[in-house]
Design a protein around this ligand. Structure first.
Ligand code: PEP
Length: 252
């Protein structure tokens, strides 16, 4: 399975900054990226097309959106549809990032609609899950992750060509943007659990669903994280904004 090295640029970068960062990243990594890796950039909507122009000649480079609305088109002021994302060159989209769950208050039911609709429209969906610190302290990691997977994937068709477009990102909320990275044991346990639950909910084909880790991944910790069983890539926020630091992550 290919490892997905994903950058989430959140609400950062103007078009010029996004273009410059993508160009610099390519200068640093082109010709050096391992064959079993894919590099995914998720810029803000306004920079999707400039980044698409920079990366579209490079097969290992992929474009992704941070969010979308689950409809083809319509009277949804301020929203973006999967059709528009595919049109601009997106292959991937994130759903359920913790900032959308906890700051934008997106409900589990709404996220399930997005996962289903995005997959049906042909996007590859990275469905993000993760527990908060109080939930971890209360010994509820298994319960929270199981619940998020069960609810988010409730509407997913088990057909092979649909499931083959699904990925999961385990991102403990307490490790996102905090500099606090989960320990190897915690990551191993969570990813093992996610794999077991995916197989339980979807069947044997779920062994091929990539499970990414996210939460303060940096050049100096990525190597040990990427080698943990069932870690099939990383989703990187802060350290992906700088081409130098993200290049070291991609090449680790
Ligand atoms: C993220 O935005 O998904 C993320 C993991 O952020 P950071 O790497 O900054 O913790």
């Amino acid at each position: 399975m290919k490892k997905i090295m994903a950058a989430n640029w959140k609400m950062y970068k103007t078009q010029q900054e996004a273009k410059d960062t993508a160009k610099k990243l390519l200068e640093l990594i082109d010709g050096k990226v391992k064959e079993d890796r894919e590099v995914l950039i998720c810029p803000p909507f306004t920079s999707l097309s400039v980044v698409a122009d920079v990366i579209n000649r490079y097969q290992y480079m992929k474009l992704g959106a941070q969010n979308f609305y689950p409809a083809i088109e319509g009277a949804y002021t301020g929203e973006i549809s999967p059709k528009m994302l595919i049109d601009v060159g997106c292959e991937y989209a994130l759903v359920g990032h913790s900032e959308r769950r906890h700051i934008l208050n997106e409900s589990p039911e709404f996220l399930a609609q997005k996962v289903e609709f995005g997959l049906e429209m042909g996007l590859k969906i990275i469905y993000c899950i993760g527990e908060k610190l109080d939930q971890r302290k209360a010994g509820k990691v298994e319960q929270v992750l199981t619940d998020q997977l069960e609810k988010g994937l409730a509407k997913v068709s088990k057909e092979k060509d649909i499931v083959s477009r699904l990925a999961i990102a385990y991102e403990p909320v307490w490790a996102i943007g905090t500099g606090e990275v989960a320990g190897e044991k915690e990551i191993y346990e969570a990813h093992t659990l996610v794999r077991e639950k995916l197989i339980e909910f979807i069947g044997g084909q779920a062994k091929d669903i990539p499970i990414l880790y996210g939460g303060s991944v940096k050049p100096d910790n990525v190597k040990s994280i990427i080698n943990i069983d069932n870690v099939d890539g990383v989703l990187v926020g802060g350290a992906s904004l700088d081409a130098n630091s993200f290049s070291q992550i991609v090449l680790a």
